[in-house]
Write a protein that binds this ligand. Structure first.
Ligand code: 13P
Length: 317
């Protein structure tokens, strides 16, 4: 009998589910994870949804299939739980684009500004911020603030998108970006869109302004998946975000066509960090309980305040 790759994957997936049950673990996966990882997860979602899942879980162990800042946020929001990141190489260039030192400098330059920090940041940077946001709630978070002077960090594209929708606010924007989104240009996306009659463009707000301007909908990753329903007549969708999202889109809407906006089967719209975690890593993570994500007490308290303040905006609405 020949053992195929599919058999091996199925065996690993079954072992992961067995270990998760035995250890009372919950497996969370971001929408950009590899399809086989999304398939073994208890919840697949965007940063906001997964933060809420992590915060309310009664499981003893959280295995976070995403990148480091996501696992760290889970730990901050539910500090009694053990949080595991299956591969420590899963970082984030955007989170790395701002340090505590660079934020301190910007805060000195803009002492009167309220600091709004995207969740794609380290715990240290969150702890120095007034409030956090995700792509799903950035506009409502900034709108909810009494302050009119905002320092938005670290994503410049998300910052511009927020500023454009809230012209009453004076938004100073830090100069970070996500390379997997920032690489995309309007000319490429327009070519892809124009090759399919009636195609709808759905974009993530980490994309540059030219993409945002041509988009029919701009949302978080889970928002992008839900947005397809707003266009019942459309057959083809041009997707401006990381290629991992195609798995949920194709699973949920098998009768629609989804094309990545880079026109090259997602070769540019690829986050190497989001593809660090394979089934072998998840199995090892559960079996050996590695790699635990920890945050020092003082930083945890500061970052938690900024994250909880963000979550309160939803509760207050
Ligand atoms: P979402 O919160 O929209 O899933 O975004 C996460 C992210 O890191 C985008 O690059």
């Amino acid at each position: 009998m020949t053992i195929t790759r599919t058999d091996m994957k199925e065996d690993l997936a079954a072992e992961i589910r067995r270990l998760a049950r035995a250890k009372n673990a919950v497996i969370l996966a971001h929408n950009y994870q590899m399809p086989e990882v999304q398939e073994i997860a208890d919840h697949v979602g965007d940063s906001l949804g997964l933060s809420l899942d992590a915060r309310k879980t009664s499981a003893s162990l959280i295995v976070f299939c995403g990148v480091h800042f996501m696992a760290e946020s889970a730990r901050i929001l539910n500090p009694q739980k053990k949080v595991l990141l299956p591969n420590l190489a899963a970082g984030c260039s955007l989170a790395d684009s701002i340090t505590a030192e660079s934020l301190a400098e910007w805060k000195e330059r803009y002492p009167e500004h309220t600091v709004v920090t995207y969740i794609n940041s380290t715990a240290e940077v969150k702890a120095m911020s007034d409030i956090c946001c995700t792509s799903a709630n950035a506009v409502s978070v900034v709108r909810s603030l009494a302050a009119d002077r905002i320092l938005f960090t670290p994503d410049r594209n998300l910052g511009r998108w927020v500023a454009k929708q809230l012209p009453g606010k004076d938004v100073v924007i830090y100069d970070g970006c996500c390379p997997a989104h920032d690489v995309l240009r309007g000319a490429n996306a327009a070519k892809v869109r124009d090759s399919k009659k009636g195609a709808i463009v759905i974009a993530h707000p980490e994309c540059r302004e030219d993409i945002i301007e041509m988009a029919d909908a701009v949302c978080s990753t889970s928002g992008m998946i839900n947005a397809v329903e707003r266009f019942p007549e459309a057959r083809t969708f041009v997707i401006a975000t990381e290629n991992g999202i195609l798995h949920q889109l194709r699973k949920r809407y098998p009768d629609r066509e989804f094309i990545l906006a880079d026109g090259c089967i997602g070769c540019r719209l690829n986050c190497p960090y989001m593809k660090c975690i394979g089934l072998e890593d998840v199995e090892r993570s559960l079996r050996e309980e590695v790699f635990e994500v920890n945050v020092g007490a003082e930083i945890l308290a500061g970052a938690r305040r900024a994250l909880e303040r963000m979550l309160a905006v939803h509760r207050d609405r």
